[in-house]
Design a protein around this ligand. Structure first.
Ligand SMILES: Cc1cc2nc3c(=O)[nH]c(=O)nc-3n(C[C@H](O)[C@H](O)[C@H](O)COP(=O)(O)OP(=O)(O)OC[C@H]3O[C@@H](n4cnc5c(N)ncnc54)[C@H](O)[C@@H]3O)c2cc1C
Length: 652
């Protein structure tokens, strides 16, 4: 028997339900439905499992990551020329503070960006786009993110989740011919999944699309919340429930994704939403009343809408950490300049250890963040069908959380000035570092396109997948005993071979050509991945099916895997910089420092898995939620929040 998840041939495309690897018998109807929908939408059938998936199984496969190669010369030249023009355009034509203050992006800016091709960076040239790589798209995201988060959000929603990415991945030739030239040339697009009751749980979707009698159209009714770009979009992707299908004798909900022209009768933008940051997002609530959508506007197939959304998000969500790298670089520039200039207590503040420590973390984390984005983007470019689910989720999770820490540190380094608005600083004649705006704009990154909590659950679902495939059926009380006994036999055969390997004390092979200094870090990753895989296995055995509920414990495991990928990506990129003689030899010092800190964090997470107060904390929370500690809320002005009166909102 081969180890699960090793090289496999692609299975035939099938409409079969996922295998019974998860016991849903003890779940509430809501939980079961949510799980069934997301399980059915999971991507599967990749040719090869990814580097990170291997790490969670204690397998060391550095060839999947190393060597790190930038795109070929022609792509680099075209990409660099585009990035150069984009940078010049932003500097000369865009005032990010004005956009923040007015909440508007002018038509001149939109036209200028469209003229540069910034709305169709990855769209093929045959459809009117620039036809550039994921790598260049991420570089553009870093560039724009470093300057104006509002513009980044607009362009990213448009290209990462709006119409072009789902069509590049799933569109028919007719759909591509019809829609891609429009969006590549600057017609804004959006993606509408979220509803009042649908945040992280698409099972609760209420927007419905019923087929007409002749089956040629669907009639769409419902309301979508927080649709970014929605107020300016000419075309959007909208998800809706379509008639359920019978699967194994049970009705299973179907979610379908449609392309929708926004001038179709029955569509109304009923509210513009305003936020603490990203004030020019053109985000709104969209109502659909008896909207007639042609069947040919379905993306991929009826019932595949969530799969379209989740697959789109895999590479789509990479633009967010790429932009985060840009924000973090801006923070480093501000922190460096200010820490040198500002003198307190007889020395520049950068000389005080407490401030120096923050700057060290900012610098090292930027390198790791950019490396993770770069490595994962190159995986996409090498093979559009590569399995990058774990790498992309990890990069999004890590990049957004670290950027928030970096923004927070930068604010602390700037002291009171960090809290002051750009306009106020300007009016007092001070350098207008936009730290206050950066903080407001960055906070949402850990929430949208997959919140951190959901990313950790997603990572752990994928990390556990090989075990579920081998042993899931054994624990599934819904299956007949004969099936479970057969599964138990098969799984014991697997674990008898796999488990002893996880105790091997040796490091992993160092790839040829890697410097010994970086190679040692690689060996640490190899050793620690086996410790991680056996820890995960021990927890599965100790906790059993209830492991799924131990989210805090699972988060520690997810975070260890995340940090191991951060070290690995940093090492392969550092090696390339050494080979190319870039960075004046400073790169090894930076990577060494990053790894030293990260190893401490990993040790702490392992300790936390062994010894923690998670269960008692959870019990206490349930008491708090039950109202037993409501006395803690005494002494504040009593306000009734449950019946808000509608009040006129200021525009910003
Ligand atoms: C500025 C902005 C722009 C947006 N743009 C778009 C867009 O263009 N298109 C679109 O469709 N949507 C968009 N969204 C929606 C966004 O993707 C959602 O906010 C996000 O999916 C989270 O949903 P929610 O806010 O309803 O939180 P909920 O799902 O209600 O979650 C609330 C909290 O509980 C946590 N949580 C939820 N479930 C679990 C669980 N099972 N285990 C542990 N923790 C859990 C979450 O992580 C979160 O911390 C946007 C939102 C904002 C604020």
């Amino acid at each position: 028997m081969t180890e699960p998840g090793t090289t496999q041939t692609l299975p035939e495309k099938t409409d079969e339900p996922p295998p019974d690897v998860i016991d849903t018998s003890k779940m509430s109807t809501g939980q079961r439905k949510a799980l069934e929908i997301t399980e059915a939408a999971r991507e599967s059938g990749h040719r090869e499992v990814s580097f990170v998936a291997d790490l969670f199984m204690g397998r060391w496969t550095p060839r999947k990551l190393y060597p790190y190669r930038e795109p070929d010369q022609s792509e680099r030249e075209t990409g660099d020329a585009f990035l150069g023009k984009l940078s010049k355009f932003l500097k000369e034509n865009v005032d990010p503070d004005e956009i923040d203050q007015t909440g508007e992006i002018s038509q001149e800016i939109l036209d200028g960006l469209a003229g540069l091709g910034a709305f169709g960076i990855k769209v093929g040239r045959q459809y009117g786009g620039l036809g550039l790589s994921q790598w260049t798209y991420c570089k553009a995201s870093t560039l724009i993110g470093s300057y104006c988060s509002n513009l980044f959000a607009m362009l990213s929603v448009h290209q990462s989740v709006g119409v072009s990415q789902p069509l590049i991945l799933f569109g028919t030739e007719e759909q591509k011919q019809k829609f891609l030239p429009r969006v590549a040339k600057g017609e804004i697009s959006a993606f509408a999944l979220t509803e009042d009751k649908v945040g992280s749980d698409p099972g609760r979707m209420e927007t419905r699309a019923e087929p007409t009698e002749d089956g040629q159209h669907f009639i769409l009714n419902g309301e979508k919340l927080w649709c970014s770009n929605g107020l300016k979009a000419g075309v959007i992707v909208v998800t809706a429930k379509t008639p359920p299908k019978m699967v194994k004798g049970r009705q299973r909900d179907q979610i379908t994704a449609f392309l929708l022209d926004m001038d179709t009768p029955g569509i109304e933008n009923i509210h513009r939403c305003h936020f603490m940051g990203l004030r020019a997002l053109y985000n709104g609530v969209i109502r659909f009343t008896d909207v007639k959508v042609p069947r040919e506007n379905i993306i991929e197939a009826e019932g595949k809408g969530l799969k379209v959304a989740l697959t789109t998000l895999n590479s789509g969500r990479l633009s967010i950490p790429a932009a985060c790298a840009g924000v973090s670089k801006r923070c480093l520039q501000i922190a460096r300049e200010w820490s040198n200039d500002r003198v307190q207590w007889g020395a520049s503040i950068g000389k005080h250890a407490a401030i120096a420590d923050k700057i060290r973390h900012i610098a090292a984390n930027i390198f790791a963040m950019e490396s993770m984005v770069g490595v994962t983007a190159r995986m996409v470019d090498r093979d559009k069908k590569a399995d990058i689910r774990l790498e992309a989720a990890i990069t999004k999770l890590w990049g957004t959380e670290k950027t928030w820490e970096i923004a927070d540190s930068t604010m602390q380094i700037r002291g009171g000035r960090g809290y002051e608005t750009v306009q106020s600083l300007k009016n007092r004649g001070e350098t207008p570092y936009p730290v206050e705006r950066i903080m407001r704009d960055s906070r949402i990154n850990t929430v949208f396109e997959g919140s951190s909590e959901i990313m950790r659950l997603f990572i752990m679902r994928e990390a556990l997948d090989p075990h579920l495939k081998v042993a899931g059926a054994v624990l599934n009380t819904q299956l007949p005993w004969s099936t479970r006994i057969k599964a138990a036999f098969k799984s014991s055969l697997f674990y008898v071979r796999w488990y002893p390997k996880q105790w091997s004390p040796f490091g992993g092979e160092i790839p040829e050509g890697m410097s010994p200094q970086l190679g040692r870090q690689f060996q640490y990753v190899a050793r620690t991945s086996r410790r991680l895989s056996r820890t995960l296995f021990h927890q599965m055995v100790r906790v059993g099916p209830a492991l799924e509920k131990k989210q805090v414990l699972l988060a520690r495991i997810a975070d260890i895997g995340t940090d191991l990928f951060a070290i690995s990506a940093s090492c392969v990129r550092a090696q390339q910089m050494l080979d190319d003689k870039v960075g004046d030899g400073t790169v090894c010092q930076l990577v060494d420092d990053f790894c030293a800190e990260t190893r401490l964090r990993i040790e702490e997470a392992f300790r936390g898995i062994k010894q923690n107060t998670d269960d008692r904390g959870y019990r206490l929370t349930q008491e708090v939620l039950g109202g037993n500690y409501q006395w803690l809320e005494n002494g504040i002005v009593e306000i009734q929040y449950n019946n808000p009166e509608s009040v006129e909102e200021p525009t910003n």
